[in-house]
Design a protein around this ligand. Structure first.
Ligand code: AHM
Ligand code: MG
Length: 340
């Protein structure tokens, strides 16, 4: 069971903005500039949530007609979500660079000021948009040094390994809209109260259970998984294991949210179609890995801790295994023995 340190009930009514502000002074990075970035993200989250909730009425479902840098059809809601984040962030003085799944290249918002680099997947789980299944927004924040020499390549400010993230989080638009974030001091969870339009503290210091009997994977790809992964999944279904229960939504944010609260494992291994994995390192795996570690879990690409990977490009892909410590150790043992 996830443990609760404090909830809104014993602390009073605490919004996400109040929570972030209350951390100012406690954390070396908790400054007004940093708070402004997080508040920009929560504002965008509320805008996106409103669009997702009324998608059928607003006629924003379906394809937009363009493909993104990955060759995937952009959905109208993908673009609206991207626009909401750009709009809510770029206005803020502390924003230096933004990068998104929906933008080919990072956008340099301020050349020589704007200390933060914000990288996001505006609407993750695109295939679920039109069928009323949970989707989400994922974000990752780095610092950059604004005092750089002339000719500085801003891409280097973006391509930082995950362990340098100063904050990360997601918003899941599910049966309710929930936001989780970390600044490296635990994971905190908020629920959007639509009657007042605020994210209200639901749980501070969320802990991922050490083990959990859920495995979450697209088993349609089973035949092309590495042998170690196939053997692990066979074990999950064996009598010896219990067996485990399968849960797969196909939206990373929603699948991870369940894994965070209930424990178990989410995996997207290399496949024949995506030999380097399908998920994107910088705006999917990194923020999820940071949150997992902060909640007591772990994330690996099968060989390395996700947070140690030095990215070569913004849209780089990676295999991802994330979840309860016990399950990650177990899948690693299977991969060491049978091949990753
Ligand atoms: P997207 O960013 O284009 O939506 O793709 C990422 C999504 C993840 O949310 C999810 O874990 C995965 O793709 C599902 O992939 P698949 O449909 O191959 O199972
Ligand atoms: Mg995505």
């Amino acid at each position: 069971m996830a443990q609760t340190a404090n909830t809104s009930h014993d602390m009073g009514f605490c919004t996400v903005e109040q929570h972030i502000l209350s951390k100012q002074g406690e954390h070396p990075l908790s400054t007004g500039a940093f708070t402004s970035v997080l508040v920009g993200i929560t504002l965008a989250g509320r805008i996106i949530s409103a669009k997702v909730r009324r998608a059928g009425i607003l006629e924003v479902l379906g394809e937009a007609g363009d493909v993104n840098v990955h060759g995937e059809q952009q959905q109208k809601l993908d673009l609206l979500a991207n626009k909401a984040l750009e709009g809510c962030l770029c206005y803020r003085e502390s924003v230096g660079i933004i990068a998104s799944e929906e933008l080919d290249e990072p956008r340099i918002v301020r050349e020589t000021s704007g200390k933060y680099v914000i990288i996001f997947d505006p609407l993750d789980g695109s295939s679920n948009i039109d069928v009323n299944v949970s989707v989400g927004t994922i974000f990752s924040i780095f610092e950059r040094d604004c005092e750089h020499p002339k000719g500085h390549d801003h891409l280097n400010d973006v391509l930082q390994p995950g362990h340098k993230q100063v904050a990360a989080g997601y918003i899941v638009y599910g049966s309710s809209t929930v936001m989780c974030y970390t600044t490296g001091e635990g994971v905190h969870m908020f629920t959007l109260d639509p009657s007042v339009g605020s994210f209200v503290l639901a749980q501070e210091n969320v802990r991922m259970p050490l083990k959990g009997k859920y495995f979450s994977v697209n088993e349609g790809n089973y035949n092309s998984f590495p042998k170690g992964v196939r053997e692990y999944l066979n074990w999950c279904k064996s009598e010896e294991a219990g067996p485990y229960s399968a849960r797969y939504i196909g939206s990373l944010v929603a699948d991870f949210h369940r894994t965070l609260l209930r424990g178990g494992i989410f995996l997207y291994p290399p496949t024949a179609k995506s030999p380097k994995g399908k998920l994107r390192l910088m705006y999917e795996a990194n923020p999820i890995a940071f949150l997992a570690e902060q909640a007591g879990g772990r994330a690996t690409d099968g060989k390395r801790n996700i947070l140690e990977i030095v990215p070569g490009s913004l849209h780089e892909r990676t295999p991802l295994f994330v979840g309860s410590e016990t399950e990650i150790e177990r899948v690693e043992r299977f991969m060491q023995e049978h091949g990753a």
